[in-house]
Design a protein around this ligand. Structure first.
Ligand code: ZN
Length: 263
Protein backbone atom coordinates (compact mmCIF):
# COMPACT_ATOMS: atom_id res chain seq x y z
CA UNK A 1 0.00 0.00 0.00
CA UNK A 2 2.82 2.35 0.89
CA UNK A 3 4.51 1.41 -2.32
CA UNK A 4 1.36 2.24 -4.27
CA UNK A 5 1.03 5.57 -2.49
CA UNK A 6 4.60 6.45 -3.29
CA UNK A 7 4.09 5.42 -6.89
CA UNK A 8 1.06 7.65 -7.23
CA UNK A 9 2.94 10.50 -5.60
CA UNK A 10 5.87 9.96 -7.94
CA UNK A 11 3.59 9.85 -10.96
CA UNK A 12 2.00 13.08 -9.78
CA UNK A 13 5.36 14.80 -9.47
CA UNK A 14 6.48 13.57 -12.89
CA UNK A 15 3.25 14.68 -14.48
CA UNK A 16 3.31 18.08 -12.85
CA UNK A 17 6.80 18.62 -14.12
CA UNK A 18 5.86 17.23 -17.51
CA UNK A 19 2.75 19.37 -17.90
CA UNK A 20 4.61 22.53 -16.92
CA UNK A 21 7.42 21.82 -19.35
CA UNK A 22 5.05 20.70 -22.08
CA UNK A 23 2.64 23.60 -21.77
CA UNK A 24 4.41 25.90 -24.18
CA UNK A 25 5.89 23.44 -26.61
CA UNK A 26 2.60 21.61 -27.10
CA UNK A 27 0.32 24.59 -27.18
CA UNK A 28 -1.82 23.24 -30.00
CA UNK A 29 -2.00 19.67 -28.78
CA UNK A 30 -4.63 18.17 -26.59
CA UNK A 31 -4.26 17.03 -23.02
CA UNK A 32 -4.31 13.46 -24.21
CA UNK A 33 -1.41 14.16 -26.54
CA UNK A 34 0.63 15.56 -23.69
CA UNK A 35 -0.11 12.48 -21.69
CA UNK A 36 0.75 10.00 -24.37
CA UNK A 37 3.77 11.93 -25.63
CA UNK A 38 5.46 12.45 -22.33
CA UNK A 39 4.11 9.80 -20.06
CA UNK A 40 3.48 6.82 -22.27
CA UNK A 41 5.53 4.64 -19.97
CA UNK A 42 3.18 5.47 -17.15
CA UNK A 43 -0.15 3.88 -16.65
CA UNK A 44 -3.11 6.01 -17.55
CA UNK A 45 -4.25 7.61 -14.36
CA UNK A 46 -7.09 10.01 -13.73
CA UNK A 47 -4.66 12.61 -12.59
CA UNK A 48 -2.89 11.96 -15.90
CA UNK A 49 -5.98 12.38 -18.01
CA UNK A 50 -7.18 15.16 -15.77
CA UNK A 51 -4.16 17.35 -16.19
CA UNK A 52 -4.96 20.48 -18.09
CA UNK A 53 -2.50 22.62 -19.99
CA UNK A 54 -3.75 25.55 -17.99
CA UNK A 55 -2.58 25.15 -14.42
CA UNK A 56 -3.62 28.54 -13.15
CA UNK A 57 -5.75 28.72 -10.04
CA UNK A 58 -8.39 31.40 -9.75
CA UNK A 59 -7.84 32.13 -6.08
CA UNK A 60 -4.90 33.72 -4.36
CA UNK A 61 -3.81 31.71 -1.36
CA UNK A 62 -0.13 31.44 -0.50
CA UNK A 63 1.10 27.87 -0.95
CA UNK A 64 -2.09 26.71 -2.68
CA UNK A 65 -1.58 26.02 -6.37
CA UNK A 66 -3.66 23.04 -7.47
CA UNK A 67 -3.55 21.80 -11.03
CA UNK A 68 -6.76 22.52 -12.91
CA UNK A 69 -8.45 19.18 -13.61
CA UNK A 70 -10.19 18.55 -16.91
CA UNK A 71 -13.41 16.58 -16.70
CA UNK A 72 -12.57 13.09 -18.03
CA UNK A 73 -14.62 11.19 -20.61
CA UNK A 74 -16.46 9.59 -17.71
CA UNK A 75 -17.40 12.76 -15.80
CA UNK A 76 -18.22 10.81 -12.65
CA UNK A 77 -14.54 9.98 -12.28
CA UNK A 78 -13.46 13.62 -12.10
CA UNK A 79 -10.61 13.87 -9.61
CA UNK A 80 -10.38 16.72 -7.14
CA UNK A 81 -8.19 17.05 -4.08
CA UNK A 82 -5.94 19.58 -2.45
CA UNK A 83 -3.72 19.24 -5.55
CA UNK A 84 -6.43 19.17 -8.24
CA UNK A 85 -9.17 21.76 -8.65
CA UNK A 86 -12.30 21.69 -10.76
CA UNK A 87 -12.16 23.73 -13.97
CA UNK A 88 -13.69 27.19 -13.49
CA UNK A 89 -16.51 26.43 -15.92
CA UNK A 90 -17.60 23.23 -14.14
CA UNK A 91 -21.31 23.62 -13.46
CA UNK A 92 -23.14 20.45 -12.41
CA UNK A 93 -26.86 20.12 -13.04
CA UNK A 94 -28.30 19.84 -9.56
CA UNK A 95 -31.18 17.91 -8.12
CA UNK A 96 -32.52 17.49 -4.60
CA UNK A 97 -31.53 14.06 -3.28
CA UNK A 98 -34.34 13.15 -0.94
CA UNK A 99 -37.20 15.61 -0.83
CA UNK A 100 -38.66 14.66 2.55
CA UNK A 101 -36.29 16.90 4.49
CA UNK A 102 -36.75 20.66 4.92
CA UNK A 103 -33.13 21.21 3.90
CA UNK A 104 -32.76 21.13 0.13
CA UNK A 105 -29.65 18.99 -0.08
CA UNK A 106 -28.60 18.60 -3.69
CA UNK A 107 -26.21 16.53 -5.75
CA UNK A 108 -25.38 16.34 -9.44
CA UNK A 109 -28.58 15.00 -11.03
CA UNK A 110 -27.48 11.42 -11.78
CA UNK A 111 -25.79 11.13 -8.40
CA UNK A 112 -28.95 12.49 -6.76
CA UNK A 113 -31.14 9.95 -8.56
CA UNK A 114 -28.82 7.15 -7.46
CA UNK A 115 -28.72 8.49 -3.92
CA UNK A 116 -32.48 8.45 -3.76
CA UNK A 117 -32.60 4.85 -4.99
CA UNK A 118 -29.95 3.92 -2.42
CA UNK A 119 -31.84 5.79 0.31
CA UNK A 120 -35.05 3.91 -0.46
CA UNK A 121 -33.28 0.55 -0.56
CA UNK A 122 -31.60 1.22 2.77
CA UNK A 123 -34.90 2.35 4.27
CA UNK A 124 -36.52 -0.89 3.16
CA UNK A 125 -33.78 -2.69 5.10
CA UNK A 126 -34.39 -0.58 8.21
CA UNK A 127 -31.53 1.92 7.81
CA UNK A 128 -32.14 5.57 7.06
CA UNK A 129 -29.14 7.16 5.37
CA UNK A 130 -29.93 10.82 6.01
CA UNK A 131 -28.27 13.24 3.57
CA UNK A 132 -26.43 15.89 5.58
CA UNK A 133 -24.23 17.82 3.16
CA UNK A 134 -24.15 17.41 -0.61
CA UNK A 135 -23.34 20.00 -3.26
CA UNK A 136 -21.58 23.13 -2.03
CA UNK A 137 -21.02 26.11 -4.29
CA UNK A 138 -17.56 27.51 -4.87
CA UNK A 139 -18.74 30.67 -3.12
CA UNK A 140 -19.80 28.65 -0.08
CA UNK A 141 -16.45 26.86 -0.05
CA UNK A 142 -14.53 30.11 -0.43
CA UNK A 143 -16.44 31.82 2.38
CA UNK A 144 -15.80 28.93 4.72
CA UNK A 145 -12.16 28.68 3.75
CA UNK A 146 -11.71 32.45 4.16
CA UNK A 147 -13.45 32.38 7.55
CA UNK A 148 -11.13 29.63 8.71
CA UNK A 149 -8.11 31.62 7.55
CA UNK A 150 -9.47 34.70 9.34
CA UNK A 151 -9.88 32.74 12.57
CA UNK A 152 -6.15 31.98 12.45
CA UNK A 153 -4.99 35.45 11.39
CA UNK A 154 -7.08 36.84 14.27
CA UNK A 155 -5.00 34.64 16.55
CA UNK A 156 -1.88 36.36 15.25
CA UNK A 157 -0.74 33.96 12.53
CA UNK A 158 0.55 35.38 9.24
CA UNK A 159 -1.69 34.86 6.21
CA UNK A 160 0.60 32.15 4.85
CA UNK A 161 0.60 30.34 8.19
CA UNK A 162 -3.18 30.74 8.48
CA UNK A 163 -3.74 29.28 4.99
CA UNK A 164 -1.51 26.35 5.83
CA UNK A 165 -3.48 25.69 9.00
CA UNK A 166 -6.88 26.18 7.35
CA UNK A 167 -6.18 23.72 4.56
CA UNK A 168 -5.72 20.98 7.11
CA UNK A 169 -9.43 21.02 7.94
CA UNK A 170 -11.15 22.67 4.96
CA UNK A 171 -10.30 22.27 1.30
CA UNK A 172 -9.84 25.43 -0.76
CA UNK A 173 -12.59 26.51 -3.19
CA UNK A 174 -12.84 24.18 -6.20
CA UNK A 175 -10.85 21.46 -4.47
CA UNK A 176 -13.66 19.77 -2.55
CA UNK A 177 -15.63 16.84 -3.94
CA UNK A 178 -18.67 18.65 -2.60
CA UNK A 179 -18.06 21.39 -5.19
CA UNK A 180 -18.49 18.75 -7.91
CA UNK A 181 -21.90 17.67 -6.64
CA UNK A 182 -20.66 14.08 -6.48
CA UNK A 183 -20.13 13.73 -2.73
CA UNK A 184 -22.52 13.34 0.15
CA UNK A 185 -21.87 13.50 3.86
CA UNK A 186 -24.30 11.02 5.37
CA UNK A 187 -25.73 10.82 8.84
CA UNK A 188 -28.57 9.01 10.55
CA UNK A 189 -31.88 10.03 12.12
CA UNK A 190 -31.46 12.22 15.18
CA UNK A 191 -27.82 13.06 14.48
CA UNK A 192 -27.31 16.30 12.56
CA UNK A 193 -23.63 16.45 11.70
CA UNK A 194 -20.64 14.32 10.79
CA UNK A 195 -19.27 12.00 13.42
CA UNK A 196 -16.47 9.50 13.34
CA UNK A 197 -18.58 6.95 15.24
CA UNK A 198 -20.94 6.88 12.26
CA UNK A 199 -19.02 3.73 11.34
CA UNK A 200 -20.59 1.91 14.28
CA UNK A 201 -24.14 2.46 13.01
CA UNK A 202 -26.39 0.17 11.02
CA UNK A 203 -26.57 2.91 8.39
CA UNK A 204 -22.82 2.74 7.82
CA UNK A 205 -22.84 -1.05 7.79
CA UNK A 206 -25.61 -0.97 5.20
CA UNK A 207 -23.63 1.46 3.06
CA UNK A 208 -20.51 -0.63 3.37
CA UNK A 209 -22.40 -3.68 2.14
CA UNK A 210 -24.50 -2.06 -0.57
CA UNK A 211 -23.44 1.44 -1.64
CA UNK A 212 -21.31 0.19 -4.55
CA UNK A 213 -24.41 -1.23 -6.21
CA UNK A 214 -25.66 2.33 -6.49
CA UNK A 215 -22.32 3.74 -7.67
CA UNK A 216 -21.09 5.13 -4.34
CA UNK A 217 -17.77 4.52 -2.60
CA UNK A 218 -16.41 5.32 0.84
CA UNK A 219 -14.00 7.95 -0.42
CA UNK A 220 -11.55 8.28 2.48
CA UNK A 221 -11.20 4.85 4.12
CA UNK A 222 -9.30 4.38 7.35
CA UNK A 223 -6.70 2.09 5.83
CA UNK A 224 -5.99 4.35 2.83
CA UNK A 225 -5.16 7.61 4.56
CA UNK A 226 -1.57 7.56 3.34
CA UNK A 227 -2.83 7.36 -0.23
CA UNK A 228 -5.75 9.77 -0.08
CA UNK A 229 -3.93 12.23 2.19
CA UNK A 230 -7.27 12.84 3.85
CA UNK A 231 -8.20 11.64 7.31
CA UNK A 232 -10.70 8.83 7.70
CA UNK A 233 -14.21 10.13 6.98
CA UNK A 234 -16.85 7.41 7.44
CA UNK A 235 -19.57 9.93 6.53
CA UNK A 236 -18.19 11.04 3.15
CA UNK A 237 -19.47 8.96 0.21
CA UNK A 238 -18.63 9.72 -3.39
CA UNK A 239 -20.59 8.87 -6.51
CA UNK A 240 -18.33 7.40 -9.20
CA UNK A 241 -20.83 5.36 -11.21
CA UNK A 242 -21.92 1.77 -10.70
CA UNK A 243 -19.24 -0.04 -12.69
CA UNK A 244 -16.25 1.76 -11.14
CA UNK A 245 -17.78 1.44 -7.67
CA UNK A 246 -18.32 -2.31 -8.13
CA UNK A 247 -14.77 -2.68 -9.39
CA UNK A 248 -13.31 -0.79 -6.44
CA UNK A 249 -15.41 -2.82 -4.02
CA UNK A 250 -14.10 -6.05 -5.51
CA UNK A 251 -10.47 -4.96 -5.64
CA UNK A 252 -10.46 -3.07 -2.35
CA UNK A 253 -8.90 -0.08 -4.08
CA UNK A 254 -9.53 3.53 -3.16
CA UNK A 255 -10.16 6.07 -5.91
CA UNK A 256 -6.49 7.05 -6.26
CA UNK A 257 -5.50 3.42 -6.70
CA UNK A 258 -8.33 2.76 -9.14
CA UNK A 259 -7.52 5.80 -11.24
CA UNK A 260 -3.84 5.02 -11.08
CA UNK A 261 -4.44 1.59 -12.54
CA UNK A 262 -2.17 0.07 -9.92
CA UNK A 263 -2.36 -3.43 -8.61
ZN1 ZN B 1 -17.73 15.39 2.79
Amino acid sequence: MKKTGSLIFLIGIILLATSCRAATELESETTTSITTTHASALITTAPTTAISKSSTYDFDYPGIAPVVAAVPADPYLVYVSRDYTLPPNYTPTLQVCVSIYPEKIEMESTAATQYKAMYNAALADGAEIVPYSGYRSITWQKNNFDNKIASYTNEGYSRAEAVNLAVQSILPPGCSEHNSGLAMDITRPGVWGTREDFDTTKEFLWLQANAHEYGFILRYPKDKQEITNVMYEPWHWRYVGIEPAMSMKTSGQCLEEYLGGSD
